[in-house]
Design a protein around this ligand. Structure first.
Ligand code: CA
Ligand code: CA
Length: 365
């Protein structure tokens, strides 16, 4: 007899948590197999026919069936999307089953799966794999999140997949918040999330008698654009944060935002500027649109301003009691402001610094 089994036993990549049906031969169907094979006899099992479907029939070859699930990442940012895969395998026959429905249910974490059910695929002698796929958008909370999956026609064959969500509520969502990981990018408004970019500035170690607020580096503001300019007053740095994974809760008015930044400056002289600002700007759309979205309407901005004291670290703080409905990303903006003298040449700022910027979301009841 022609050997039809091309779907040889294979293990999925990623996190595998197989569970097995221990009911032995109390499962399975050979209808599609028999339709393809030249004969439907007990010999067809011995010669590894394709095993498809799963309706509780007690045909040989389906003993010791297991469900092997995998998820695309062991950890991923809260609110992001990961790939799910599942194989239903007849271990004694060393085959993955085609045309078998897998049911997916989010158990913890508040995320969503794109499909409530998916299928391992139609019978195909050329198929290398029979895999039921799905996507899982993680909920907005850091920590373990789980999806439960089972074989639709035999829920006793099931398993649980876990992803550790990073970030999320209660954690600082900014990357490189203290300028320790990398320098800022000089280049105007950024079009991608997760990095500082803006006017002429650079991270420095202790400078002119001012030490870092924490770590080995702090940010030093230099000019109000890529170069100095009269009529320009602010040396801005921006970082955008993608909040699309929080959309449902934001639109229910259940997401508070708190932001803060530490600033310091040299004493300088009578022409040394004193003002610093922190702003958070809320936008619909995506971080890629920031260069054209900026600035948003006033109702989507919160700001904090201080006239700083030389030589002491001071903290700017602000809050959105609830992020505006429709918010899908935010930008943090920090800058010193030429409130004393508008210079047109370098240095526009005599020694103005920032460190340890924070942006934290809180889920409201
Ligand atoms: Ca630092
Ligand atoms: Ca200026």
């Amino acid at each position: 007899m022609t050997r039809l089994a091309l779907n040889w036993w294979s293990q999925p990549l990623g996190l595998d948590l197989p569970t097995r049906n221990r009911r032995g031969s109390s499962i399975a169907v050979l209808a599609l197999t028999c339709a393809l094979a030249s004969a439907c006899t007990s010999d067809s099992i011995a010669s590894d026919p394709l095993l498809c479907g799963f309706d509780g029939d007690a045909s040989p070859g389906y003993q010791d069936v297991s469900l092997n699930g995998s998820v695309g990442a062991a950890q991923a940012p809260a609110g992001s999307t990961v790939l799910l895969e599942a194989r239903v395998s007849a271990e004694l026959a060393r085959q993955d089953l085609c045309n078998t429905d897998v049911v997916w249910e989010v158990r913890t974490g508040g995320g969503t799966v794109a499909q409530a059910e998916s299928n391992t695929g139609p019978v195909d002698p050329m198929a290398l794999d029979y895999v039921a796929t799905n996507t899982w958008t993680l909920g907005p909370t850091a920590g373990a999140q789980t999806v439960y999956l089972y074989v639709k026609d035999d829920p006793s064959i099931n398993t649980l997949l876990t992803v550790t969500a990073t970030g999320g509520f209660g954690t600082n969502l900014l990357l490189n918040p203290g300028f320790e990981a990398s320098d800022v990018v000089v280049g105007g408004l950024p079009s991608s999330a997760g990095a500082w970019q803006g006017d002429l500035a650079a991270r420095v170690a202790s400078d002119q008698g001012i030490g870092q607020h924490a770590g080995a580096y702090m940010l030093k503001f230099t000019a109000t654009g890529l170069v100095a300019g009269a009529g320009f007053f602010t040396s801005q740095q921006w970082q955008t944060v993608d909040l699309r994974g929080y959309a449902t809760l934001i639109d229910q008015g259940k997401v508070r935002l708190d932001a803060s930044a530490w600033v310091n400056r040299v004493a300088g002289d009578a022409e040394t500027d004193t003002r610093f600002d922190l702003r958070v700007l809320a936008f619909p759309g995506t971080p890629a649109g920031f260069p054209t979205d900026y600035p948003p309407p006033a109702g989507q901005i919160r700001s904090a301003t201080i006239n700083s004291t030389a030589g002491s670290w001071q903290q700017l703080q602000l809050r959105f009691d609830a992020l505006p409905v429709g918010t899908r990303y935010v930008a943090v903006e920090i800058y010193p402001y030429e409130d004393v003298v508008d210079d047109g040449t370098l240095p526009e700022f005599d020694g103005h610094y920032a460190d340890d910027v924070s942006l934290v979301l809180t889920q409201l009841p």
